[in-house]
Design a protein around this ligand. Structure first.
Ligand code: HPA
Length: 274
């Protein structure tokens, strides 16, 4: 049974490094139904997650993740297609193991995508927003347990968990911002929970991302999260019920638009570092 510790991450890193001779600058992590974002990558290598030592790949058939290395507009990138969720029963140290490996690899920034439900009435299904802050209501944290000092300090700062420079670029691109509340799931929220989330200051709610954001920040990576609003939350639209199928459909329909935003963002990052 892997412990998802430093030595295991080192082994995973060494395996991945066989396939690439450049250090990726940007990592992209695709959420549910958003695997098509890979189309923007000039791929150099495709690695099956299940072949990487200690990599926590999903055991569900057809859901084995892939890792793609290559370039977007000339910038070296690595993309993780498919992620694990807390609600699948994996410990948060497994869910965030890929971020550990990305941090050790020397990646500068991580662009994470996810699906969310809208708490705020000013959002609509199909909207894509940048997350500017989060509220962790998962009742868990990936950093709980003995601290690995080679990875992060005991009490990492989270004041700028969502990198202000990346947010400024996205704002300039016309992308609106919102606060993401993370719940464990997998049941959707009740209407009363949705009203509570609104009172707490959440604009959207989802079941992923926050553990990854915590670990990436703790390792000093710049983080940016693009959230695709799949639905209005429970109780907002009269008589409407929540459906996981609908979430996937909206995600698949939004993947191309999201991919375009990520490509533009990466092009602007390229412009900044030249
Ligand atoms: N709630 C929680 N997570 C979600 C939702 C939702 O309404 N839609 C997509 N992910």
């Amino acid at each position: 049974m892997p412990q998802y510790n430093y030595d295991e991450a080192q082994e995973a890193l060494q395996y991945i490094q066989q396939f690439t001779d450049t250090t990726p600058k940007t990592a992209i992590i695709s959420g549910s139904g958003l695997g098509d974002i890979a189309d923007i990558i000039d791929a150099h290598a495709i690695i099956q997650a299940q072949d990487i030592p200690n990599w926590p790949s999903s055991t569900a058939p057809g859901h084995a993740g892939r890792i793609i290395t290559g370039t977007v507009s000339g910038r070296p990138v690595i993309m993780l297609q498919g992620r694990l969720h807390y609600y699948e029963g994996y410990p948060l140290k497994a869910v965030t193991f890929p971020e550990r490996v990305l941090g050790m690899m020397g990646v500068q920034e991580v662009i994470i995508t996810n699906a969310s439900g809208a708490v705020s009435m000013s959002l609509n299904s199909g909207d894509i927003i940048a997350i500017r802050d989060h509220i962790n209501l998962m009742c868990n944290n990936p950093l709980i347990g003995q601290n690995e000092d080679r990875w992060n300090e005991r009490f990492p700062d989270m004041t700028h968990a969502y990198n202000p420079e990346l947010l400024a670029i996205l704002k300039d691109m016309g992308i609106h911002q919102g606060v993401y509340a993370a719940l464990a799931g997998p049941s959707f929220e009740t209407p009363s929970e949705v009203r509570m989330l609104g009172m707490l200051g959440a604009d959207v709610v989802g079941m992923s991302t926050v553990p990854e954001v915590i670990v990436a920040n703790s390792m000093g990576l710049k983080v940016c999260v693009l959230s695709c609003v799949a639905n209005m939350c429970a109780g907002i639209e009269y008589g409407k019920l929540m459906s996981g199928h609908e979430v996937l459909e909206v995600m698949q329909a939004s993947a191309k638009r999201l991919a375009g935003i990520i490509r533009d963002l990466i092009e602007r990052l390229n412009g900044e570092s030249e």
